[in-house]
Design a protein around this ligand. Structure first.
Ligand code: SF4
Ligand code: SF4
Length: 390
């Protein structure tokens, strides 16, 4: 489908039905493609352990071929990430155009260091639909410390302004951690003053360099407080929030809270990209991650190679990988998730299970069920999931 038609259809679904993408059975509707491992920041918690480019990253021809195969499988959105994708700027631009030719919606996560007004304009011209830029603290020194590079805060602010100047949609990505939790209200005020309307908060999963920072994950009590706070902010500030990475039900819990209290969530662009199918963790079901060297993971946070596009067709990997097929069969889940009446609607975060125990079918160590009970929202009432992109 022509990308303009697809965007129009999404807009209609959002405006008329209040819904985003229609879920399709066993279809990789959303793909996260890390185009390079190279990065110009050295974030302490980086899940991709990014620093230098790999010696065997996909060539442009190979990457285009992989994206064409995704289109054949029914991919609707590709989110380019890294490392830092603008370190392969021309490559990312060509792939963005290729997505447009195939009717796939392209978006990109960037740290903003290389994003000036001109680049933002060029990206928009190439057909990029939206950018995600990270900001974790309202205090520059604290943000720079986590991102391990002086000036990272300033770069992110400049990048946000550049996007706004050329009218390219920008979403802020924030790692919600035990040690920035208290600063989130200040950060949201700062972003509101910059005109930002959409924020994706990540529930930290200790993978990559983050393995060394396990203790920084929020407590369950903080997760509950965060939900209440985000609900309140969606009301007060007309901002829209997703909680991504390991918390697939959270955006939908807040939507359910709106229904319950008779309030309305803001009609922001990001709502178009919630996928309406009640499955919770979508790794290997509606989603996978392509790594710089062609490896395929079920999700950027579930770092388990299930194949490589240089060795097999994507269709073969998608349909025949043992890991993908096991992730699709929730009767194989173990322990608490295996016995849970909500396993089909939730399934737990498979990346958190794997990070904790080395078994991707084990229980989610941060099972949200008590939190859901407290909010009187049940997984069976939840219709959609948010994106877990990295
Ligand atoms: S494993 Fe599932 S829930 Fe966890 S981050 Fe990946 S897609 Fe999200
Ligand atoms: S036990 Fe918890 S995490 Fe696992 S499926 Fe049930 S509600 Fe989800």
């Amino acid at each position: 489908m022509d990308i303009r038609l697809k965007l129009l259809e999404l807009l209609f679904r959002q405006k008329l039905m209040g819904k985003g993408l229609k879920g399709k059975t066993i279809t990789p509707q959303i793909v996260s493609y890390s185009v390079t491992r190279a990065c110009n920041l050295k974030c302490l918690h980086c899940h991709a352990d990014a620093l230098e480019a790999l010696s065997n990253e996909l060539t442009l021809r190979e990457a285009k071929q992989a994206i064409s195969e995704m289109a054949d499988l029914g991919t609707e959105v590709i989110i380019f990430s890294g490392g830092e994708p603008l370190l392969r700027k021309d490559f990312t631009f060509y792939l963005t155009e290729h997505c447009n030719d195939l009717g796939i919606i392209p978006a990109m996560l960037t740290n903003g260091v290389l994003l000036d007004r001109k680049t933002a304009w060029e990206l928009k011209e190439a057909g990029m639909i939206a950018l995600g830029v990270p900001l974790d603290f309202a205090t520059p020194e604290r943000h720079d410390a986590l991102r391990n590079t002086p000036g990272a805060f300033e770069s992110a602010i400049k990048a946000i302004k550049a996007c706004r100047e050329v009218d390219l949609k920008v979403v802020i990505t924030t790692m919600a951690l035990k040690n920035n939790f208290d600063e989130i209200p200040k950060l949201i005020n700062l972003l509101a003053n910059l005109g930002v309307e959409q924020i994706v908060l990540y529930d930290f999963i200790p993978v990559g360099r983050g393995k060394e920072l396990k203790d920084l994950a929020m407590s369950q009590e903080q997760r509950a407080k965060l939900l209440d706070y985000l609900y309140k902010m969606q009301e007060e500030k007309e901002m829209f929030f997703l909680v991504s990475g390991g918390s697939p039900l959270y955006p939908a819990i807040v939507l359910e809270m709106h229904k319950k209290y008779g309030t309305k969530p803001p009609d922001q662009f990001l709502r178009q990209f919630l996928v309406y199918t009640p499955i919770g963790c979508h790794a290997g079901i509606n989603y996978f991650s392509l790594r710089p060297n062609g490896d395929i993971y079920p999700c950027p946070f579930l770092q388990l190679k299930v194949g490589n596009v240089r060795e097999q067709s994507l269709a073969d990997i998608w349909h025949n990988s043992k890991v993908f097929n096991e992730l699709r069969n929730r009767s194989l889940l173990k322990e608490k998730c295996g016995e849970c009446m909500y396993r089909d609607n939730c399934g737990g975060c498979r990346a958190k299970a794997y990070a904790q125990s080395g078994d991707y079918l084990a229980s989610d160590p941060n099972c949200p069920i008590d939190l859901l009970k407290e909010k009187r929202v049940y997984p069976t009432t939840i219709e959609c999931f948010g994106l877990c992109v990295g």
